[in-house]
Design a protein around this ligand. Structure first.
Ligand code: SF4
Length: 96
């Protein structure tokens, strides 16, 4: 369940932390950043998730990381190899 904040009598859902190309939640219904062509998982001593559309702004800090589970933004694109390596093709599609 998404957290909400009450501000001056109105209820808002705070956006997920990170540097997203667009506004999370404006993309296709049910899609998340991890399903997007632009989602980059950078494996070093830890794994960092970033949006490739924002690559020119990347820093070594977590301020430019994104949450893989964030709802997709309006720049969402289906990966080219979605049919081959997608979660559904791997049989890992399930309730989220
Ligand atoms: S949906 Fe795609 S383009 Fe949008 S912030 Fe997430 S990874 Fe980037």
């Amino acid at each position: 369940m998404a957290k909400t904040i009450d501000l001056w009598g109105k209820t808002y859902t705070p956006p997920p932390k990170g540097m997203y190309a667009g506004q999370p939640g404006k993309g296709p219904e049910g899609k998340k950043c991890r399903d997007c062509k632009h989602c980059a998982r950078i494996r070093l001593s830890k794994t960092y998730t970033k949006c490739r559309r924002m690559e020119r702004f990347w820093t070594g800090g977590k301020a430019t990381d994104i949450q893989a589970t964030a709802p997709a933004c309006e720049w969402y694109e289906v990966p080219h190899n979605a049919e081959v390596t997608g979660r559904a093709a791997a049989g890992r599609e399930g309730p989220r």
